[in-house]
Design a protein around this ligand. Structure first.
Ligand SMILES: [Zn+2]
Length: 104
């Protein structure tokens, strides 16, 4: 089913939308409580790995741009770090229960 990435992994209800999924963060974040069962839900392993790889690549690119005085590219690269993972989270990868406990 094509909507399955918006299903809560805990109660199985389709309680997330592209927007709330984008804001749910990664597995290492607190996530977002499911409106139905209250479990804290975040984007799963695939999204977390993508985010780490993407941020690392962009960071390497920024260092490269900085060293080669390609300053024009630094701002777009920073914006990409902020927005691309959210857009990817909104439309790709499955949700998972957040691994981070309350209180952090
Ligand atoms: Zn739920």
């Amino acid at each position: 089913m094509k909507d399955s990435i918006y299903k809560c992994p805990c109660c199985g209800e389709k309680t997330f939308t592209p927007l709330t999924k984008a804001l749910a963060g990664q597995l290492n974040s607190k996530g977002r409580p499911c409106p139905k069962c209250g479990e804290r839900i975040a984007n799963g392993k695939g999204a977390t790995i993508f985010n780490a790889v993407f941020c690392f690549a962009m960071f390497a690119f920024i260092v490269y741009a900085f060293l080669n005085t390609l300053d024009l590219w630094i701002i777009p690269a920073l914006l990409a770090i902020i927005f691309v993972p959210r857009i990817v989270n909104a439309f790709f990868f499955k949700l998972d229960v957040s691994q981070r406990k309350n209180g952090f």
